[in-house]
Design a protein around this ligand. Structure first.
Ligand code: NCD
Length: 423
């Protein structure tokens, strides 16, 4: 197992920050950081064997056994082999999946290739607008060596001729080894799953859930927190915007609820508050929840600010944006005035960058606290992990890795040239 995967896994299982682990094994934080850097980084150092033995010893003494969760890495006993919702995940099964995502990192970063899904076919069915979810599921499947066929919108599918979800799903099961579905109606993806034994992944069902997005959001929080020496337990997370219809928020609040002692601030206009059952769920799991319409007040002291787009397309006819004024925008001035030096600014994207939209402002594009492109980059590793585990090849990946044969840029985007990238 690569040392980076081993160390990240150990810290997750022990719930240790980097400082805590470094101290426990008697090395400097700098040394530990250098062991965690990706192989291609010039500052990466090999971890001495004695250090690895020491970490293994600590794991053994805390008698952590996660063996069984690796057998159910989607954590979803109810829906079997599908990924329809984050319900059914335990903290251990989420962490097992994120460990597989760590193994995928060199492939997602284009340092290595793998062909573990050679010959497999993915059907990508998107009945709603999408750029990143559709393309990143395709890209993730292709990077595992599989091929992708897809259809977009109702107009070009037989559903326009009145075909039922059951028939469509059963037909596609004969063509593909996995099916990713996005649909405007809550529950529709589960209906697809009921008609097939081929794994179905929910890529967003109306205002329902978006489990893969929540997994990549949690993965991003964990990785960024690791660099900042923070744990998810005890963190202060502020959700901003359309919490009523934002399905990424619905899934993410449930995954976060698996942690301990969070402070969750829900900031939205009165008409777009988080559904009551989710507020209750957070509270029932011992988290401190506050709901407010005051944006600057709510952002104070947050470790994570998770902004969302107003989902106007889901509004009922008489619904308006009452209370959503122009000063509901997260921009540089507001972040400087209310957030700390290490607050993570997140957004599932797309953000509405048109004038007057009040979404996350583009003036934050080069602020090092902005994590939106880390989220999208991490989406590849996490979606690869989802496919690999659903199709049962997660243990083959490590031994299948080969060097890439083409030229890969050192930085993927202009915002990446900040010194701490990927520590
Ligand atoms: C979101 C979605 O479709 O739910 N986007 C995404 O998948 N990353 C959020 C949105 O559309 O606003």
């Amino acid at each position: 197992m690569p040392q980076q995967v081993f160390l990240r896994d150990a810290m997750r299982r022990l719930n240790f920050t980097r400082d805590a682990l470094a101290q426990r094994i008697g090395v400097s934080r700098r040394a530990l950081d250098s062991w965690l850097l990706p192989d291609e980084s010039p500052e990466m150092r090999k971890m001495p064997e004695i250090a690895q033995r020491f970490v293994l010893e600590i794991l053994k003494r805390t008698s952590i056994d996660t063996q069984d969760v690796y057998n159910h890495p989607t954590g979803n006993s109810e829906s079997g082999q599908h990924l329809l919702s984050v319900d059914g995940y335990t903290r251990d099964s989420v962490e097992a999946l994120l460990r597989v995502a760590d193994i995928m990192q060199p492939v997602a970063r284009r340092q290595k290739t793998t062909r573990v899904l050679e010959g497999a076919v993915l059907a990508n069915l998107f009945f709603e607008a999408s750029t990143r979810t559709r393309l990143s599921f395709s890209s993730a499947f292709a990077r595992l060596g599989g091929s992708v066929c897809d259809t977009t919108g109702f107009t070009f599918s037989s559903m326009a001729k009145g075909e039922s979800i059951h028939d469509t799903s059963r037909v596609i099961s004969g063509y593909a080894d996995a099916i990713v579905v996005r649909h405007p109606e809550q529950g529709a993806v589960a209906e697809f799953a009921r008609a097939t034994h081929v794994p179905v992944i929910n890529a967003g069902d109306g205002p329902g859930e978006h489990p893969s997005q929540a997994l990549l959001d949690l993965y991003t929080i964990q990785r960024e927190f690791s660099r900042l020496d923070k744990l998810v337990d005890g963190a202060h997370i502020a959700f901003v915007g359309d919490l009523k219809y934002g399905r990424t928020v619905h899934s993410l609040t449930k995954l976060l609820a698996l942690h301990r002692n969070l402070r969750v601030t829900l900031i939205s206009p009165p008409s777009l508050m988080l559904p009551e059952h989710l507020v209750e769920y957070l509270a029932r799991n011992g988290h401190h929840v506050e709901q407010t319409h005051d944006l600057p007040g709510g952002l104070k002291g947050a470790d994570v600010v998770y902004a969302t787009r107003i989902q106007k397309e889901r509004f009922a006819q008489q619904e308006t944006l009452e209370g959503y004024s122009t000063d509901f925008q997260i921009n540089q001035a507001l972040v400087n005035a209310t957030c700390g030096a290490h607050t993570l600014i997140m957004h599932p994207l797309p953000r509405d960058s048109r004038p007057g939209a009040n979404d996350l402002s583009v003036d934050l594009n080069f602020d090092s606290r902005l994590a939106i492109f880390k989220q999208t980059d991490n989406g590849i590793a996490v979606r690869m992990a989802i496919f690999a585990t659903l199709l049962g090849v997660q243990d083959q990946v490590q031994h299948s890795l080969r060097e890439v044969g083409w030229r890969v840029p050192v930085y993927l985007g202009p915002e990446e040239e900040v010194p701490y990238r990927d520590q």
